[in-house]
Design a protein around this ligand. Sequence first.
Ligand SMILES: [Zn+2]
Length: 113
Amino acid sequence: MHELSIIESIVDIVLEEMPKHNLTKVTKVSLRIGDMRQVVPDAMQFGFEVVTKNTPLEDAELLIEHIPITGQCEKCKHEFLVKSWLDNCPRCEHPNIQIIAGKELEIAEFEGT
Ligand SMILES: [Zn+2]
């Protein structure tokens, strides 16, 4: 379950950042995750509950913003949402597509007291 290791590293980052913002408790964590990461939202929520137990993040709300996979045609530079790896450029049918969004895995923000 790779969600658990993602959560662990996110919680580590938040714990490290907390003193810089004078926080003793975190109430909300927002993540931005690209669809290429293929995370399962339920597994994220479950992992978050498990990992944050007995930490200042316990009972914090976890919000996940999903970023769709966006490709750009290498030939005509057209940008479009990628639905399948077999997709060619919808404008010129060129097969070489570069992924320009959808790999995100970052903390958008967190709140606390
Ligand atoms: Zn194209």
